[in-house]
Design a protein around this ligand. Structure first.
Ligand SMILES: Nc1ncnc2c1ncn2[C@@H]1O[C@H](COP(=O)(O)OP(=O)(O)O)[C@@H](O)[C@H]1O
Ligand SMILES: CC(C)(COP(=O)(O)O)[C@@H](O)C(=O)NCCC(=O)O
Length: 319
């Protein structure tokens, strides 16, 4: 992995091959039962059993150690500061990476696995697409071709949401995005009610900068995170996954006349392939190069995927 400091022997990360990472499973009690594996594969039927057991189970164990240590520190701080303090502060995990790298799959698997650990039974998941500006505003501002770029989000609303979560308020509500409508759903929210862990998944979650007009004096989204995960894969592989998903959607969701992208369902396979590649290159690849990949160095853990979504290497921050 070409992390900048590697050459000087100063990498802030400890690197594990897949085999080294999988060996950590030896310390992980309670291997998953068949019905649990089936339930996880319900999120994504392409997710293999070895992947769940060798990669995501050790990761959930590692995270539960971090969460446990933070919970202990929090209890001690409560004793130190007195009874006025908050009763509960959710542990927040950020999951970042390109469009189509597998953020939502990873986040859902982690959500299910983390909920198995005794100290974290309640695990909530929020995706940042709910904080995209509605299409009506994006259209007015000429930003429809910039969905997923920093300027397409209602960043103050996302920061407000995270502030409320960290302050232990309950319940807190997050807006919801519909891929079917390709827009934020009006008047629909999800409730987050003091979970033990909140997973926040999205392209933009490790970003540190904003367009200059509102960039002054505001915190970064990742300031609210206790642990930051970045999912990584080569650009050519990502393009393939994006196109494959687009071709599957063309056969399924896009067929519905009410779908925003219904017009794509009548394209020939060659036209659909060209359309998907054009969207990938003009929007998602550009965003990856300009805004997402530069945040990889800020992660606490990097999962490096190969062409079949199998995790080939793991880097864990040691500094
Ligand atoms: N671990 C995995 N194993 C197999 N396929 C996966 C895995 N993670 C994601 N995929 C596939 O890759 C594509 C993108 O995954 P998704 O989770 O929707 O990505 P993102 O949320 O980053 O856009 C989907 O087609 C999904 O089925
Ligand atoms: C909705 C997204 C911006 C992802 O948002 P996120 O949940 O990562 O905040 C992305 O999936 C997307 O739709 N991008 C626009 C280009 C495209 O249609 O692929």
């Amino acid at each position: 992995m070409d992390l900048k400091l590697d050459g000087a022997g100063l990498s802030p990360f400890r690197n594990f091959s897949r085999a080294e990472w999988a060996a950590l499973r030896a310390d992980t009690p309670q291997p998953l039962k068949t019905d649990e594996i089936q339930r996880l594969q319900g999120f994504n039927d392409r997710l293999s059993t070895p992947e769940i057991e060798e990669i995501y189970l050790p990761l959930s164990r590692l995270l539960s150690i971090y969460v446990g240590a933070t919970q202990k520190l929090f209890r001690q701080m409560q004793k130190f500061l007195g009874p006025e303090q908050n009763g509960k502060m959710p542990y927040i995990i950020g999951v970042a990476g390109s469009v189509a790298v597998g953020k939502s799959t990873t986040a859902r698997v982690l959500q299910a696995l983390l909920a198995r650990w005794p100290n974290t039974p309640k695990v909530a998941l929020v995706t940042t697409d709910g904080f995209l500006l509605p299409n009506a505003i994006l259209e007015r501002e000429g930003l429809m071709g910039r969905k997923g770029f920093p300027e397409s989000y209602d960043l103050p609303a996302l920061l407000h949401f995270l502030t409320d979560i960290k302050a232990g308020r309950r319940p807190v509500r997050a807006p919801v995005y519909s891929h079917f409508d390709y827009d934020v759903t009006p008047n629909l929210t999800v409730e987050v009610d003091q979970p033990d862990i909140l997973i926040v998944e999205g392209l933009n979650v490790l970003q540190t900068s904003r367009p200059p007009k509102d960039g002054k004096g505001i915190p970064f989204v990742s300031d609210f995170f206790d642990f930051k995960v970045y999912i990584d894969a080569d650009e050519t592989i990502l393009e393939r996954w994006y196109v494959e998903r687009f071709m599957r959607l063309r056969e399924t969701a896009f067929r519905d006349p009410k779908a925003y992208f219904h017009r794509y369902s009548s394209l020939t396979a060659a036209e659909a392939d060209a359309t998907a590649r054009a969207i990938w290159r003009s929007i998602n690849l550009l965003n990856l190069q300009e805004n997402i990949l530069p945040t990889r160095q800020r992660a606490d853990l990097i999962l490096r995927k190969g062409g079949d979504h199998e995790v080939e290497a793991v880097s864990l921050r040691k500094l």
